[in-house]
Write a protein that binds this ligand. Sequence first.
Ligand SMILES: Cc1cc2nc3c(=O)[nH]c(=O)nc-3n(C[C@H](O)[C@H](O)[C@H](O)COP(=O)(O)O)c2cc1C
Length: 362
Amino acid sequence: MTVSDLFDPLPLLHGPAMRNRIMMAPLTNQQSEVGGFLSSFDQDWIRQLSTGGYGLIQTSATIIEESAIACARQPGIFSDAHLPGLSEAATSVRNGGGLSAVQLHHAGHRANPMFGGTPAPASSRTLPGVAALTTQEVQRIRDNFIAAAKRAERAGFDGVSVHGAFGWILSEFLSPLMNDRTDQYGGSMENRARFTMEVIEGIRRETGPDFQIGWRLSIERYGLRLEELQEITAEILRREMIDYLDLALWNYGQIVDEGKYRGRTMLSVFTEIPRKGVRVGAAGRVTSARRAAQMLDDGCDFVLVGRAGILDRECPKKLAADPEYASPQLPVTAGFLREGGLSERFINHLRGWPYFVRPGSV
Ligand SMILES: Cc1cc2nc3c(=O)[nH]c(=O)nc-3n(C[C@H](O)[C@H](O)[C@H](O)COP(=O)(O)O)c2cc1C
């Protein structure tokens, strides 16, 4: 495929088509106000992205309960009081011509009491002295994922992306290492996947026919088993439960190092699954036009841009204009990011990432 193929529209099962195959990955940036209200910095960032040419923009991880919080200044979608800020963000994206999705997040056992979080582990063995969630608590959290999706719809978002990656609550429940429950949400693979399934099914049931559902899945760490994730994904795709699968890889070329799929790329294990009308994309070092086009050859319908989108808010436009485009190299100076329009809050967040902001730069 060529770089220009990235700019073919991509119809989704529900609602409007993506105008191209480039999606903004969810990027936590710790800019919101206390209580999860979107700040003027959040709105500036979304406005900058909106004019960058993305087919779809995901928000940063947005908490579905007040107690679900992982870090300071995370945005929230757990109260109607969040609606005005969310509506403003959704309107910005729509005015720029892209589709929008709120990433729905619960931190699970990593909910942080320092910021008002209540650790919510699948298992009593995960954190000393913290009991596993009861069945009723799991169902309350499930219902709050669904309520948050309805709120996103009311705010004018085209959809939501269900955060099932990186050991956060839904990923935690999928893991046989972290989930030793004996109720209907633990034990067999089917039971461990039930939480995810019920969240997705509930969102589909309670939102309108045009509302889009994405599911973000990561494959590495947290005791997750690739073979199981492949089977669960195959079921979700077979039943067309979602509009798009977003594979959260750190390197899209990552090779599987053990088990049945040893020696293959992680991506290929998922792109070979029959997907019916569901679209499949991946993140992981999409830093140039050539790499993005290569991912279409590797079986993706779309690509997700993360760090390259921070380094240049107009990344999709640059990809469209120059098939040889490559994003700036990391690390960069704080001054570079500031000149690009990032707030001090965002820059401070990035100082916590390895190899992002050059140490000592101002
Ligand atoms: C600053 C930063 C914040 C991130 N925040 C989130 C997040 O809120 N939710 C999430 O699912 N992934 C998050 N990620 C992961 C990215 O969405 C993406 O999957 C990852 O950076 C790989 O893509 P890239 O190589 O294009 O950056 C974050 C990554 C970075 C660098």
